[in-house]
Design a protein around this ligand. Structure first.
Ligand code: BGP
Length: 483
């Protein structure tokens, strides 16, 4: 049986908009999602998991189930309703209270400054495509560093690549622009520049704690051994992974990344120019990242593709409906023999191992890694208060096995945060895609531990990655008796 280190964090992850609710109360300013979801008419960010009122219960459950770390984000517009200027002190007070409660229960907190929720006034003014907003983000970060010295771990952004592609390529996030690769590239670059500015500010002002960034890194493999497919996987990887890691850890684009970018741009008729001064800032930040947060759920197999961009996002859980082909990059195909979730996410733990080993090899100045998200979206069945989510347990177990192998092979991984701690609202899927250890009844906001919560408790207690523990066996027995 594989083991994880004694001081490992067995955490749970959340994000403000996905759990807090109270989207338009207690002085919170608007975000683009409020209006966007209302117009779409499928679901809203209300009530989410009502963390605004239920945080004490969620943190109590953490303590009870051995979850010794929580990832949460501060909603920028709860602090600065308009993104800048006037402060909403009620929002500030709320986060102080959450942090105090976590401390009381011995739970380490990792705070993300931006998790898909730029205040609407700044979003409508171009979000990170508008360089003025970089300064507003830096000022917001500075305010937080000074106001919340009790935070020990800060992440600047959550998932820069999905922000750029969901907003400007796939179009399933506001402002719902499709197929604009030029915007994608400038968004990635500008957000990485903003990250570097915040890291430099943090270190130069000597604030308390650690700082890092959370990247979504999904491993890419060629669909076949053909040179064309290999090149397609290489291009997909270059834009989605290497672009970000180069800027994080080298402070500039490597020759190979630039070359790949050039190929992608040529085929799409785009011309890109970066301000050389940006790289001075990034070079200063490259050795100052205390950790890298990795969100990793799946891997992709990529095939040569030169047709027009054609994407269908599976936001319903109708298995087999996803399609993803980007002109001049490649087409992500369904690889035979690889199991997928109802949302078509490929379950392939080897992808996590390969990714971790590659970071150790290519970016040896990384200091520590946390898996800041991993987990399985599932349509949980609720039977008399019991939730048998065995497939989720198996998913987590196989990924943790791969993680333990990478640690064994020398990668410094310090913790794992399951997405999600409790069921939360999903941006493009609403409320039927559940991830939590704790089932949330979204009508009355009661929490029910799932079988996976008892399994996780055994894991956190023993640090051994087993198929079952006395806790989960007892739950299964009780469930069978009640059936
Ligand atoms: C990550 C985000 C999370 C969360 C998760 C699951 O990309 O950081 O906020 O939503 O993915 O995604 P989904 O809800 O689309 O299944």
């Amino acid at each position: 049986m594989k083991r994880l280190p004694e001081d490992f964090i067995f955490g749970g992850a959340t994000a403000a908009y996905q759990c807090e609710g109270a989207t338009r109360s207690y002085g919170k300013g608007e975000v683009a999602w409020d209006e966007y979801l209302e117009k779409e008419g499928r679901f809203l960010g209300e009530p989410a998991s009502d963390f605004y009122h239920k945080y004490a219960r969620d943190l109590e459950l953490c303590e009870q189930f051995g979850v010794n770390g929580i990832r949460l984000s501060i909603a920028w517009s709860r602090i600065f309703p308009k993104g800048k200027g006037e402060v909403n002190w009620e929002g500030v007070k709320f986060y102080h209270e959450v942090l105090a409660e976590a401390k009381k229960r011995g739970i380490q907190v990792f705070v993300t400054l931006h998790h898909f929720d730029t205040p609407k006034t700044l979003f409508d003014n171009g979000d990170f495509l508008n360089r003025e907003n970089i300064d507003h983000f830096v000022n917001y970060a500075k305010f937080c560093f000074e106001e919340f010295p009790e935070v020990e771990n800060w992440s600047t952004f959550n998932e820069i690549y999905p922000i750029a592609t969901n907003q400007y390529l796939i179009g399933n996030f506001p402002p719902a622009i499709k197929n604009d690769l030029e915007k994608v590239i400038y968004c990635l670059h500008n957000m990485m520049y903003a990250h570097a500015k915040v890291v430099n500010l943090f270190k130069e002002n000597g604030y308390n704690g650690q700082i890092g960034v959370v990247h979504s890194l999904e491993t890419k493999y060629p669909a076949s051994d053909s040179p064309a497919d290999k090149y397609a996987a290489y291009l997909d990887d270059a834009l989605s992974i290497r672009f970000l890691l180069d800027l994080t850890y080298l402070g500039h684009y490597s020759h190979d990344t630039l070359q790949a970018l050039d190929d992608i741009c040529k085929e799409n008729g785009i011309e890109i120019e970066f301000d050389e001064n940006d790289f001075l800032e990034m070079e200063r930040a490259k050795d100052r990242n205390d950790y890298l947060g990795i969100n990793h759920y799946q891997s992709h197999w990529v095939k040569d593709y030169h047709g027009e961009t054609s994407i269908h996002h599976n936001g319903t859980g109708d298995k087999g409906t996803s399609a993803y082909a980007v002109k001049g990059i490649g087409e992500r195909i369904y690889k035979e023999g690889i199991e997928r979730t109802d949302w078509d996410w490929a379950i392939y733990p080897q992808g996590m191992y390969d990714l971790l080993m590659r970071i150790k090899r290519d970016y040896p100045n990384y200091k520590a890694i946390y898996i800041t998200e991993n987990g399985m979206g599932y349509k949980d069945d609720f039977e008399n208060g019991y939730i048998d989510d065995q497939p989720r347990i198996e998913y987590i177990k196989t990924y943790l096995d791969a993680l333990a192998d990478a640690i064994e092979d020398g990668v410094n991984v310090k913790g794992y945060f399951l997405w999600s701690l409790m069921d939360v609202f999903s941006w493009s899927n609403g409320y039927n895609k559940r991830y939590g250890l704790f089932y949330v009844d979204f009508e009355d906001q009661t929490r029910y531990p799932k079988k996976s919560a008892y399994w996780y408790q055994g894991l956190a207690r023993t640090k051994e990655i087993a198929n079952s523990y006395p806790e989960s066996d007892a739950y299964a027995k009780e469930m069978a008796e009640k059936a």
